[in-house]
Design a protein around this ligand. Sequence first.
Ligand SMILES: Cc1cc2nc3c(=O)[nH]c(=O)nc-3n(C[C@H](O)[C@H](O)[C@H](O)COP(=O)(O)OP(=O)(O)OC[C@H]3O[C@@H](n4cnc5c(N)ncnc54)[C@H](O)[C@@H]3O)c2cc1C
Length: 418
Amino acid sequence: MNHGVLIIGTGPAGVNTAETLRKFGCKEKITMLSKEPFPPYSPPLMANYLETRGASDLIFWKGRDFCKDFDIDCKTSAEVGKVEPKRNRIVLTDGRFLEYDYLVIASGSEMWIPIKCECPADAEKENYYNFKSLTAVSKLLKEVEKGADKAVIIGAGFIGMEIAITLRRIGLSVLVVEMMDRILPRMITRDIAEPLESIVRDMGIELLLNRKGELLKGRETAEELLISDGTLIKANLFIAATGIKPNISFLAGSGIQTQKGIRVNSFLQTNFSTIFAGGDVAEVPDFVTGNIYPHAIYPEAVKQGQIIAFNILGENVHYDGGLNMNSLYHFNLPMISEGAMIAEEKADEELFFSRNNVIRKIGIKDGKILRFELVGDKEGAGLLHTLMTQKRDVSRIKDALVTKKYNQARHFMSIFGP
Ligand SMILES: Cc1cc2nc3c(=O)[nH]c(=O)nc-3n(C[C@H](O)[C@H](O)[C@H](O)COP(=O)(O)OP(=O)(O)OC[C@H]3O[C@@H](n4cnc5c(N)ncnc54)[C@H](O)[C@@H]3O)c2cc1C
């Protein structure tokens, strides 16, 4: 190799590619680029960063000296504007270019913000925020430091709920607007959402469900949000948590195949053999349903980053598919959901069990576990995970599984086998 491995992105996918390359003997030059001015950080720890008002270094989860420790040339505030596969190079927005032997695109995702501000040009940037990058969180933190005390969050997905709970914890008044009938609508069903919503309301967070944020209005900056029932809500911070989209705009004209994200084969290789993609930016098949879409969760970014490294090292490792899993700790209540997203695929049968603040729900399709949701007690999540990922027929043991009679379920399995 002359130019080595060039990695776009210093999030979990990029970092795990670089770290794995070094740990498994790569002596070539490794360069990492981030358009942000920070050392590699972990987005799931941004809530902790905000809560500690920037005092905690936990967010730099590999250590601030990761690049030095692993002999990686990390370039910050270096935004890629263009990729030119035929010339094996990328062009930065400042006009500089960098060549590579292998390119890894781990540029993650950004917030998808459908709600606009009817206020003077550019004013929306003033107090219309998101929680998708440390750059965005740092801006938000500045406003909190200046005394902003009322936040409206648009969207009650996991990012929306995380920011809502964090802002409430640091003393802001918080209202969340969600167009669906429940919080965390992609991850959990109504029965599971209900107890979590009571916890959220007990924290002092106002939830407006079944209402859509339509438009922000303001004379100078965004001052109020118009929602679908005609109400105008005043606040001094508006935060979009309206979904994410892969960061692929800089690939326009490159010839790299994209749809929602970057198309990759089972080696996580793009249509150019020396260009790989992983993490939130890549479209991968779902392990349970086979549907292809970006699986925007941390463990997938880590796994994909590692597999890319092994494939650059010539190991030919197949990626076997992404698995959705969510386990939110903010509710102070054990909770886990795994498997197909709610809107992704309908179960033939939903098994439900509820007793003493424990709720268990298992979706079954063609005799196999399509998804499961556990609240109040995560016991048995490992067994359900194994049965789901091994695609075992659970028809005979499904009732024992949902009612937590695991010994009975294991006994059946030992008799009937897979
Ligand atoms: C608030 C929050 C909480 C989360 N909590 C959880 C959780 O609890 N559990 C979980 O599993 N997942 C969680 N996630 C999701 C998880 O963080 C992501 O799936 C993961 O970070 C994806 O890693 P990535 O490396 O693909 O992308 P990212 O982490 O998004 O990193 C992308 C990198 O690319 C850089 N970049 C982008 N475009 C360019 C460009 N043109 N030029 C140069 N650099 C560029 C960015 O600066 C960044 O360094 C959370 C996400 C957020 C935002």
